[in-house]
Design a protein around this ligand. Sequence first.
Ligand SMILES: Cc1ncc(COP(=O)(O)O)c(C=O)c1O
Length: 447
Amino acid sequence: MNTGASNVWHPNTQMSEWDVFDSISSGDGVWLTDSKGFRMIDGVASMWCNVWGHSNGEIVRAISRQAARLQHSPLFNLTHEPAEKLARGLVGMSPGMHRVLYSENGSSAVETAIKVAFQYWTNEGDAGRTAIASFERGYHGDTLGAMSAGHVPEFFERYRQHMFDAIELPVPVQGGANFGGGGEAVAAPEMLQRCIEDISDVLSARKDEIAAVIMESGAQMAGGVRVFEPSFQEQVSGICRENDILLIVDEIATGFGRLGPMCVYSAERSKPDIAVYGKMLTGGYLPLAATLATRRVYESFLGAYDEQRHLFHGHTFAGNPIAAAAANKNFSMYKKYDMVSHVSKASKTLADRIAEHMSSMEEVGEIRCRGLVAGIELAGGGSTADPAPPGASANRTIYEAGRKNGVYLRTLGNVVMLVPPLAITAPEIDMLVERTAKAIRDAAPSL
Ligand SMILES: Cc1ncc(COP(=O)(O)O)c(C=O)c1O
């Protein structure tokens, strides 16, 4: 029971499961310290956004310098150098992109992308393009438009009547419930081909009504860590082009090195019209997200004022200078410390350690890794779609066992996520994996 001592309503949480929440009072590198002095490794990079660890001096100084100079001035009628510099950097790392719209969180940035796609077509004089197509178990955020583009029933179903319907496309992931008649074991190349045929059929049949396809870039995260088959994204991109449908790639959770490359869509040889970044943009220090558009998309919004072609969208704190300064510092540090090479080595260490410690654990089912992301299914749980055990969520039980073992964990249904700060070292990875394996063992009798 909640004691009522707090007035905070925690996100996506059954509040009755928690008596109290551990109060984090400081952070240092991969460590979080609570008010009683107890330390935990941040096993989920504070919801997948932390890059350099906590309290990094370079980013903290950049934030404090910017705060002392200009804490906020809006991008309405004005501009400022931190936002300009960041936009140059983002466009520079994102092939094909030309302009950047800012917002404060990933969901808003996805909403922006969807509005841009809808209005692109009305600007082009095609009022019939009103549909969004998106992928089975895709996740793009928790606001109404972003939820509508998502297909994770356990998150969104109870809001269905308030959402717009998005066309659901299949994903070539083994066991994918929506694929080719329901999760039978199919060899990967055949599965990929059948998915691509399905997608091609749907998009070509409905091309006159679809404004955009939206997909997570490289892998689906909140849907349960579902890594795309090689060439899937490239082929989807090709089908969108053939049918003149806009492609939006959501790099919020996967870009900026989380899966390895800075820009996943480019590594996957896909050619989107709109790309969205968030989470790790500021190194995980301040809220900021970005929606990028190609020149073709951007130019369709230009015209005389009374044509009313401009984008009717803007947030008060969009491109906030302190957040942009943090992002610029973060960005420069990727090069300075060659983060992409580090992630490539650290990813292998993470996958190897997980295999070593967990592949033969009877409490563990399938393990899926890419970059510095691992999804560890609890045995018997199957997937995030399975109901939590009666009475308590797997998340609550695993959190508690993690805490006792000194690791901060947050599961997605029955999938234990390991998504550490990117700068994590090899000895820290050893500790993270050992502690998580122990936590899963300890929690198993209560699951
Ligand atoms: C792929 C993806 N898109 C969008 C979002 C939403 O971002 P935010 O939580 O910042 O609104 C998330 C969050 O986890 C995500 O994983």
